[in-house]
Write a protein that binds this ligand. Sequence first.
Ligand SMILES: [Fe+2]
Length: 471
Amino acid sequence: MNTTELILGPLVGDLSHDSVKIWGRASGAAILYAWLFDSGQVKQAGKARVDRKTGFAGVVEIKDLQPDTWYRYALTLSNEGPPAASFGRFKTAPVPRQLKNFSFAFGSCFLPLEPDPGLTFQRISRMHGRASFLLMVGDQIYADLWKHNGLKDHIALDKEDYNEVYRFAWSNKHMREVLKNIPVLMTQDDHEVDNDWHWKDSNRIEAIIPWHIRLRRWLLGRPLVERSLTLERLRVALQTYWEHQGMHGPELLIPSTVKNNQVQLEPGKPFSFAYTYTYGGAAFFVMDTRSMRMRGHGKGEVLGNEQWLKLKSWLRDVNDEYPIKFVVTSSAFLHFLLGDYSLDRWSGYPRERNRLLHYLSEHEIEGVYLLTGDLHSGHAISVDIKGRSGKNILLWEFCASPFEQESNWLAWLLTLRWLPNKLWKNYKVHFVKGKFNYGVVNVNFENPENPKVEFELHYLDKKWKVKKIGS
Ligand SMILES: [Fe+2]
């Protein structure tokens, strides 16, 4: 008897106006079959073989779809058509540059903690089941939190461990329901590998977890193996990231990062999981702020040279064609928390942060919205940047975090309301909420000359409440 089953998924990843990628992970070697339910009939739409090399995860791409159209789909391990009741749904994107209103959800940091974990996902399904997509902007697993990662009291150390952490967190029934019915785009933060990890040098020869985390683990009597980050552990963590979060996403900006679904981690070679995509009249740049992050010898770097060059050319390319641009960064860019000794956000890398601000000013790039997570509190911040011609350029940051994790309830007190920088003025913190939350962004093109972007932070304060801010 064949006992192989689909243990994670299905989920719809990258979607365009005429195609989608459907992802699943099986418990063993299998063939993934994708199905569409069309005009009362179940039709096979494609298949893909999965094996141990990709942790039994794989993607079926379906092409030649109609733009802006609802479809019902299924993913199975059997070549017999599944019953209609088991089908999920997705809607293809509008044709590129079409100025059509849309809404998407975003958030970060999911650690199954509650007695019935996944409260935020339950609410997303109920209230935003028709969102155009969901952006998950980091900490989709917590590989290093030994009490809550499903590994029975140790941090993820090898491939089996990382696979198991994903299986444990992502088999949450509320999360699975969301991922089945809302297309999802993902990027990593630190906990996909280990807490605040980074490279020690720009050639990426040695990776490390910061001293304060090593000290804490030592004080807690954790074994030596949990106080270092070997290249092999890093490689398997990034490979497992690719298998769960990357392979169903858009094409990478640096394609040599992954060859034949195998992550290529070679010292000195360009590497990044960053990608771009568009949705109607909005363009998205999803940064990888982790794979190239370096701190040491008095230097610090977040993006790495190649990703930085890609970001610059993307900003120039989309500036006139797309009135709205979203830059997704797993680490907060404009926010500063008093007493943040870890220096793990962009505020710990002021030179590189100013480089981006300069670039926006120099090229007068308007309509940029930063989307971030990580902080275990949500916020909205805006600043004015002075453009080269003297024009005012408004830059926003919307943060949604955590879906579920210990919230930073002191964030409202510790978030600096006044943060001087010679490149901006009118630094304004509109709100901060240290509660379970997720964000919804409404993009409105009714006046094409002056499109509007509205951010709603949905947060759980005994009951669900909403904070709204618009541009
Ligand atoms: Fe987090």
